[in-house]
Design a binder for this molecule. Sequence first.
Ligand SMILES: NC(=O)c1ccc[n+]([C@@H]2O[C@H](COP(=O)([O-])OP(=O)(O)OC[C@H]3O[C@@H](n4cnc5c(N)ncnc54)[C@H](O)[C@@H]3O)[C@@H](O)[C@H]2O)c1
Length: 256
Amino acid sequence: MALVTGSARGIGKGIARRFAAEGARVGILDLDAKACQAVVDEIEAAGGSAEAVAADISAPAQVEAAVGKLRDQFGAINVLVNNAAVMPVGPLHETSLEDFDRLMAVNLRGTYLVCAAVIPGMIAAGGGSIIHIASVTGIIGLPRLAAYSMTKGALIALTRAMSTDYAAQGVRTNSVSPGTIDSPMLHEFVAWQSDPEALLRQYDAMHPLGRVGSIDDVANVCLFLASDEAGFVTGANYTVDGGISVKGEQPQDQAN
Ligand SMILES: NC(=O)c1ccc[n+]([C@@H]2O[C@H](COP(=O)([O-])OP(=O)(O)OC[C@H]3O[C@@H](n4cnc5c(N)ncnc54)[C@H](O)[C@@H]3O)[C@@H](O)[C@H]2O)c1
């Protein structure tokens, strides 16, 4: 069984739907029970199998209850995608302590809590695949995302450390670092601008491949990392970013 956190919408929902389409039973974990159930209904209508487990990943008792419910009903969780996150916007000194604490509670404490609840069963079952959804902001600097970027860099470091700790037990740990992805989080991020459409076009142009990514672009790489085809892949950070993280200054065309 696969558990995807933050899977009631956006990238997490896309990953859950993709896994279900490949035959996996998927745990849909998000804050809102109704929204989780709506994704379950969608997956079941498409012929897949899913279970809703509403929880706040920053709350230990809720995480234990959600993971325990999946384990009791369906056995070990073989694939875990740590996708749920929040993204306060602004330079560091303008990020409120409240937003900062929530960011750490969800993006880092939440990842820790879900891993701690899932890993013993994964090891007992002989191994599995853990995927942290990080971000290019963990690799390069982008404006107004300082505090968020701290958490994404931390997830990339965590990926390397966990891959070392759990390799002998057959647990592979990798991260996926999306560039700008066309998701509800992106649309909320641009909404503060006077011309969100113009900003979206700028995001397209920022990526060397000439467009922002789709949710499927991310789900495809997660599917690979979860599969046996990635059986020798651990400790890696896969950028899914249209080349933005390796982009240098673009030279002007020069006659030579
Ligand atoms: N959209 C992008 O451009 C982009 C780029 C790089 C990385 N990412 C990362 O991809 C992941 C998904 O992003 P998205 O764009 O789909 O975001 P989103 O805001 O659309 O979805 C995030 C989901 O996580 C859930 N969530 C938030 N806090 C939670 C909590 N405490 N407990 C349980 N669930 C919680 C939300 O309810 C929501 O359904 C995030 O980790 C994000 O940082 C997104």
